[in-house]
Design a protein around this ligand. Structure first.
Ligand SMILES: [Zn+2]
Ligand SMILES: [Zn+2]
Length: 395
């Protein structure tokens, strides 16, 4: 796309209104699964731009606004997240500081929402002639539940996009730099929970009870060492994040223990292996000491795998917009439940740098930079343009 068209697109954006929306959402953050007010605010905003349809209450507060253009053509979906985090905002100088105690938009999802909502302005001002564009607002990303909950909803049956895209803002990289990667963009991860049941006894007679202390320490060691076993096809990582043993009582030998670890893998197949091997370790050490055990998982994310064809459109859109692009050598370290979308539809996840000197995501002073909004909206529009523009007919 020549730069004068890029400029023309920018002229169709009402940045003041978009920034106001971002700040309003920032000031009224809502936790995962409680995003009803946020969805309402977005709906009020989108209605001004005459969507063909708005579908609400999908898998909770999930919402899709869609624009259907005159001729048949592909459908392209852009996704963002509605939820904030249980973190107290400490940016006292912000005029739009969170008014909700202990809740803040510390992952920049407020900015993602404004970016996707900004696309509505362009679709209204500069509509395409064919196909469909779907703007999807997803609840409960931070807990890893929202994407799956939306996709399981009956209302999603009518939504069959040909391509899905999403971005995450990323501090530590130059503002507006597009960070891309073929194949795995974000790893699979799972929170493993281990419960060990023995028997308490007097601390003076530990032999009369059954303490999980030593099996626990063996399990912690063995799970930590798992990535070095050489059995995996890609990168894997295990991080023991929590342990609990007995009570703070010097007269009691403990009878109960818990261990929690986060498992990560670049490949879903390695994640399966990692789980099996971690479970075998728990079983081995627990049964050797006659301990009952239970294993559970929370916050399970598959790996985000970018599709080749979607990457071709993304790369073309970046080139058309003459944007600064960097290819990531390794996938990012965090997980994203957008994986559920890319598992079902061809798609791609990418990042936009939010500035080199920004605080890290989930830090109590993080605030999405509004200067990133025009880049984000224009890139989304360029991606849709690559997929929907007429010249591609029959090519
Ligand atoms: Zn987050
Ligand atoms: Zn996030």
């Amino acid at each position: 796309m020549p730069s004068h068209i890029q400029h023309e697109i920018a002229q169709n954006l009402d940045l003041d209104q978009l920034t106001a929306l971002r700040k309003e959402i920032h000031q009224h953050p809502e936790l995962s699964h409680y995003e009803g007010q946020t969805a309402e605010r977005i709906k009020r905003f989108l209605t001004q731009y005459n969507p063909t349809e708005i579908i609400e209450s999908i898998g909770g507060s999930g919402m899709i606004a869609l624009w259907t253009f005159s001729e048949d053509g592909p459908a392209v979906l852009f996704r963002c997240e509605l939820d904030a985090l249980p973190i107290q905002e400490i940016n006292d100088d912000l005029l739009y500081k969170s008014v909700v105690a202990n809740v803040g938009h510390k992952c920049g999802h407020d900015g993602h929402m404004a970016s996707v909502a900004g696309l509505a302005q362009l679709l209204h001002q500069k509509p395409f002639t064919r196909g469909k564009v779907m703007l999807l607002f997803q609840p409960a990303e931070e807990t890893g539940e929202g994407a799956a909950e939306m996709l399981e909803d009956e209302k999603m049956k009518a939504i069959q996009p040909d391509y899905v895209f999403a971005y995450h803002n990323l501090p530590g990289y130059p503002l507006g730099q597009v960070l891309t990667r073929e194949n795995t963009f974000a790893p699979a991860s799972a929170g493993m929970e281990v419960f060990l049941y023995g028997a308490t006894s007097h601390a003076g007679e530990p032999e009369r009870g059954n303490s999980p202390a030593l099996p626990m320490s063996n399990i912690i060691q063995a799970i930590t060492d798992l990535p070095q076993s050489g059995r995996y096809d890609g990168f894997v990582l295990t991080t023991v994040i929590h342990a609990l043993l007995g009570e703070v009582a010097f007269g009691i030998s403990p009878g109960y223990g818990e261990v929690r670890a986060t498992l990560r893998a670049h490949l879903d197949s390695d994640m399966e292996k990692l789980k099996q091997q971690a479970e075998a370790i728990v079983k081995q050490h627990a049964t050797a000491k006659n301990l009952e055990h239970k294993i559970g998982y929370r916050e399970v994310f598959p790996a985000v795998t970018n599709h080749e064809e979607a990457m071709t459109f993304l790369n073309a859109a970046i080139e058309a917009g003459k944007l600064n692009q960097q290819t990531l050598k390794e996938p990012v370290r965090w997980s994203e439940d957008f994986a559920h979308f890319t598992n079902r539809f061809p798609g791609a996840l990418f990042c936009l740098g939010s500035g080199k000197n920004q605080p890290a995501l989930h830090n109590a002073d993080y605030d999405y930079p509004d200067e990133l909004l025009p880049d984000a909206v224009q890139l989304f529009y360029n991606i849709a343009d690559q997929i929907l523009r007429e010249e591609r007919h029959g090519s």
